[in-house]
Design a binder for this molecule. Structure first.
Ligand code: NAD
Length: 345
């Protein structure tokens, strides 16, 4: 192998091992070694190298799988739905370009939902015949940890649904900023942010300790075992709300016309903003500007195709669904050029 390529291969291996170490500190120990921005820089550097040199893309690369939060402290459960991460964009323009490309690909009228990207811990609630039977962390996307007793301490999560449905509900467990500031003062080793404190809490062994922390949950996806006649994301959210779950009310729905979007939100009995496609840039800007005033932390927005049948046509990679994209507020490219890491061989 020529010398330059050998050096790049060594960088790929070094980046992969460094990212794995950071993932463990973040997902399992809940005390990250580096900031999210720094992590994203290393991750992007690795992704770019792998794009340029596909022969250096190994099946166990951190870019090819969901960052795992599996811990040996809790039993493992195999997920019955794909519990993936999200593809990322770092600008308003990149989201608009994704919307335009997805429209071209389908050649038919799609609509889009834009939601806040809650900075918490991904959780799946499994209901059988209307009863909450398991709450499972994202884990590695295929297998997660059973943290049911701890999640049951979150008062807003329904333990029994009004109908005997069997379904999986995905959402984010989080801690409000004010609660974090209050609680973190009494921590022996303080946490860097509400997300890490919430993640550490959900993995406590004693549920009585978890119950002392005012965790909350917003849900954003529902998968019924026997499909209800629900065609789109907005109707799923509507049903979840009717069943007693907390839905983030700050969603935006974007259709060909503003009137259509507002009509569909009204039919779903949902609050939120209804607009036409041309309203998307100003909506993203307004939500970005308003993020600091929220009671909880968000690290971006998520744009999703609204129509469920079309989502299936887009499909999934091993890391993310192709029908959604996360707009992350902090761009790894924004401040400095990615630093090449030192290689010790
Ligand atoms: P991510 O957190 O950037 O995005 C995916 C997750 O967003 C989903 O799994 C879901 O749980 C969540 N989400 C929140 N609101 C949502 C909504 N409305 N709809 C759908 N999903 C929603 O990706 P990730 O794979 O979980 O983590 C990667 C990120 O974690 C990195 O980009 C970095 O910011 C951070 N990280 C940091 C370190 C570190 O050392 N600082 C290490 C690992 C990861």
């Amino acid at each position: 192998m020529e010398e330059n390529k050998q050096t790049l291969l060594e960088e790929v291996l070094q980046l992969s091992s460094r990212l794995r170490e950071y993932q463990k500190a973040y997902y399992v120990d809940n005390h990250p070694l580096v900031s999210d921005l720094e992590y994203d820089r290393f991750f992007d550097r690795l992704s770019n190298l792998e794009k340029e040199y596909p022969e250096f893309r190994f099946p166990d690369s951190p870019t090819q799988r969901v960052g795992s939060d599996l811990s040996s402290d809790f039993p493992e459960v195999v997920h019955s739905i794909p519990v993936l991460s999200l593809d990322k964009a770092y600008s308003n323009e990149a989201v608009l370009s994704w919307v335009a490309k997805s429209q071209q690909k389908m050649r038919q009228g799609l609509s889009y939902v834009i939601e806040e990207k809650i900075d918490g811990i991904s959780m799946v609630l499994y209901y059988e015949k209307g009863l909450l039977v398991k709450a499972v962390t994202r884990g590695n996307g295929t297998v997660g940890n059973d943290v049911t007793a701890n999640v049951k301490t979150i008062a807003s999560i329904p333990l029994r649904l009004p109908h005997p449905d069997t379904l999986a509900v995905r959402g984010e467990v989080y801690l409000q900023k004010a609660d974090f500031l209050k609680l973190n003062k009494s921590m022996e080793i303080p946490y860097a942010n509400p997300r890490n404190l919430a993640a550490g809490t959900i993995r406590r062994i004693k549920s009585s300790e978890v119950a002392k922390v005012p965790l909350q949950m917003f849900v954003y996806e529902g998968f019924w075992e026997e499909g209800l006649p629900l065609d789109d994301h907005v109707m799923i959210l509507s049903k979840l709300k009717e069943y007693g779950f907390r839905i983030n009310p700050t969603i935006g729905l974007f259709c060909k016309t503003k009137e259509e979007a507002q009509k569909r939100l009204k039919e779903a009995s949902l609050e939120g903003f209804g607009g036409s496609f041309s309203d998307i840039p100003s909506y993203i800007q307004a939500r970005t500007d308003g993020r600091n005033a929220l009671l909880y932390e968000i690290d971006g927005l998520v744009a999703k195709v609204n129509e469920l049948a079309i989502r299936e046509q887009f499909g999934y990679t091993s890391h993310h669904p192709r029908w959604a994209i996360a707009y992350k507020f902090e761009s790894p490219q924004a401040t400095t050029v990615v630093q090449k890491i030192d290689i010790q061989v």
